[in-house]
Design a protein around this ligand. Structure first.
Ligand SMILES: [Zn+2]
Length: 545
């Protein structure tokens, strides 16, 4: 696996630049060089963005995340960082600390010598010292591998492709004022067709490039994981840290008394893609190793079996947690450790079928609206009184979808985080109505003062809570002025557990200090759709009668 990851990255980057060179040569030939200045300008802008980005991110971190760069790094961690810096001949990265109980770690900067690594209080609260070292080891892997530079450099390719798409579309849709004077109509028509075709190709390549870059990003994550394992010689601790940060499942490390808080969030070069949790005790703690092992396998089922996981992964900067901890487990024997985890469960039938069901439920209302619009266009000239009738069925179907996505039956049944993580038939469309009870330990996007989501912790793990009012600005006001009131409070939440691919509970109501708070999105949504159905029926009656 070792040289493999570096080699695969190199080949991908070479391929992307080869493609870029080919398309730039082609386009400059076709436009006789007139498109080139635009391409150069966009590349220069990207370079400037890259050069100033660390300062912009520094300010964002200080202003909106209250990150402290004066953080005194604990001795055990500092000596590890120093050891890596010495080995790779680079400066000690600036370490920023965000005082939020949800766990997250990420890195940014430009080069090896101006890297910043941010960790949240959740990391040190929830993880053992060994796990913290492994997580920071992963971030140092990004620095040593120059991933900030690599990922920026590849962005040039889709940027230029998109520029070419725009140039070609302009040329294809151009009103012909300049060219028609010299060339015949059919010639300029052909040229336009040619530009339209190149524009379409550029756009398709642009989409493919984005997917390739996401794939490259996931490769760099595996690569940083490998670095951490190699430098710490402790793959198991990285794996268990990921179970906690990536899934939210309590595993190893700290003893119950040491544990206080936990969670995470998406970040291009972060440790994990979404929020997760932890706090159990697996490998290091004697006794219940088997039970924890089966908890982890349960949490992995969704990643391994649900088709949605594969779809989300293609669109993610990070690989699925299950795949990462399996890849990390492969390194264990090399360092004299027992494999951290294996996944040998038998896949039950029917899981894949649920993906088709979800897609169908999700898309049928849209198709019905489309069909209604076509009917309206075709027939409404002669029979305008039927116009409202066409749209009643799409609205009814939308109501069916809405009710399917927000079932109320079972919402009073209490579930632990561990139980929910074991559910396989769950997605953004199909939820599990549930009640969860625990302590709010931080924000869904740890430290971000504009983030209205929470992370809750029960005795089995941590889980993101999606707080979403129908009017966006209300969320921001809540985040700024109300959220902190709930930190460290015990809450009972009723809502819908979903996984997309990060597990979370969409809040319907939550109870704190004996008071029930409500998120109005469900009520507004249902009221809105039903109103539209009634409105269309009334319109039909009025028109027809
Ligand atoms: Zn990473």
């Amino acid at each position: 696996m070792k040289k493999h990851l570096a080699m695969v990255s190199l080949l991908t980057i070479t391929g992307l630049y080869g493609l870029l060179a080919a398309i730039v040569i082609l386009i400059s030939y076709l436009t006789e060089g007139t498109a080139l200045p635009g391409i150069y300008i966009s590349i220069v802008i990207l370079i400037i963005q890259f050069l100033i980005s660390p300062w912009v991110t520094d300010l964002t971190m200080k202003w909106f995340y209250d990150a402290k760069f004066s953080y005194e790094v604990p001795e055990y961690l500092d000596s590890f960082i120093n050891q890596i810096c010495e080995k790779y001949n680079m400066k000690h990265p600036k370490i920023g600390f965000i005082d939020d109980g949800a766990p997250n770690a990420f890195t940014y900067g430009r080069f090896r010598n101006d890297a910043r690594i941010i960790i949240t209080r959740g990391v040190t609260d929830l993880l053992s010292e060994e796990e913290v070292i492994s997580v920071v080891g992963h971030e140092l892997g990004h620095v040593v591998h120059r991933d900030m530079l690599v990922m920026t450099a590849v962005q040039v390719v889709p940027l230029v492709l998109y520029g070419i798409f725009e140039i070609c579309m302009d040329a294809a849709l151009d009103d012909d004022k300049s060219s028609s004077s010299s060339s015949s109509d059919s010639n300029s028509g052909n040229a336009k067709l040619g530009f339209a075709a190149i524009g379409a190709i550029a756009y398709v390549l642009y989409i493919i490039c984005q997917l390739v870059i996401l794939w490259l990003s996931r490769t760099r994550e595996y690569y940083a994981d490998e670095f951490s394992c190699k430098e710490t010689k402790n793959p198991s601790s990285l794996a268990s840290a990921l179970v906690t940060i990536g899934y939210g499942l309590a595993t190893t490390g700290k003893t119950e008394t040491e544990n206080k808080h936990s969670v995470t969030t998406p970040n291009p070069l972060g440790i994990a893609d979404g929020k997760t949790s932890k706090e159990l005790a697996i490998c290091c703690v004697g006794g219940d190793t088997e039970a924890v092992r089966s908890d982890i396998q349960n949490a992995m089922k969704w990643d391994m079996w649900n088709t949605w996981a594969k779809v989300y992964e293609i669109l993610s900067t990070h690989p699925l947690i299950a795949k990462r901890i399996l890849a990390i487990s492969d390194y264990c024997p090399e360092y004299g450790q027992e494999r951290y985890i294996t996944f040998d469960l038998e896949k039950p039938k029917g899981v894949v079928g649920n993906f088709a069901r979800d897609l169908l439920i999700d898309s049928i209302p849209s198709f019905a609206f489309l069909a209604a619009a076509v009917l309206a266009l075709v027939f409404s000239a002669n029979n305008p009184e039927f116009l409202p009738l066409y749209f009643i069925i799409p609205w009814v179907l939308l109501l069916v979808k809405f009710l399917y996505k927000h079932p109320l039956k079972g919402m009073d049944e209490r579930h632990s985080v561990r139980e929910l993580l074991g559910v396989v038939d769950v997605s953004g469309i199909t939820p599990v109505p549930c009640e969860v009870k625990g302590t709010i330990i931080g924000r869904g996007n740890p430290g971000c003062v504009f983030n209205e989501d929470f992370v809750i912790k029960d005795s089995t793990g941590i889980m993101m809570l999606d707080y979403n009012q129908p009017i966006g600005v209300l969320n921001k006001i809540f985040a700024l002025f109300k959220s902190p009131d709930y930190f460290d409070k015990t809450v009972t939440v009723n809502g819908w557990y979903r996984r997309a691919p990060v597990p979370y509970v969409e809040i319907k109501t939550f109870e704190v200090d004996g008071k029930v708070k409500k998120v109005w999105t469900y009520g507004f949504g249902k009221f809105g759709i039903i109103s539209m159905i009634i409105l269309h029926i009334l319109l039909f009656i009025v028109f027809y009668v």
